[in-house]
Design a protein around this ligand. Structure first.
Ligand SMILES: [Zn+2]
Length: 104
């Protein structure tokens, strides 16, 4: 299904993804902290460079996993939020549920 702007009827419509962007950022930060701390706990007792390397690697892995989880969680929230699409041609913001194909 191709969305078109209800005002100017062009197809230059992009999802705003407010919830997905927010959830991805939160997930990335939370995942990085979780990944780094658990990697450091696992590497404890080893040499200091190994602990630091583990923290960095764990943080990167955790951050990537958190971003992915946030994107998955945020996407359905964006579906139910009003004004979830924006027209790049005229700047009009609209809700996808209001774009009934029979009316356009
Ligand atoms: Zn438009």
């Amino acid at each position: 299904m191709t969305l078109s702007c209800p005002r100017c009827h062009t197809a230059f419509v992009v999802p705003r993804r407010r919830a997905q962007t927010t959830a991805t950022a939160i997930g990335g930060v939370a995942g990085a902290i979780q990944g780094a701390s658990s990697a450091m706990t696992e590497a404890k007792g080893g040499d200091p460079m190994g602990v630091i390397a583990s923290a960095i690697f764990g943080g990167l892995l955790g951050g990537a996993a958190g971003c992915a989880a946030g994107a998955v969680i945020g996407a359905p929230i964006d579906q139910v939020l009003p004004d979830s699409f924006r027209c790049q041609a005229c700047g009009y913001v609209f809700d996808a549920s209001r774009t009934d194909p029979a009316l356009t």
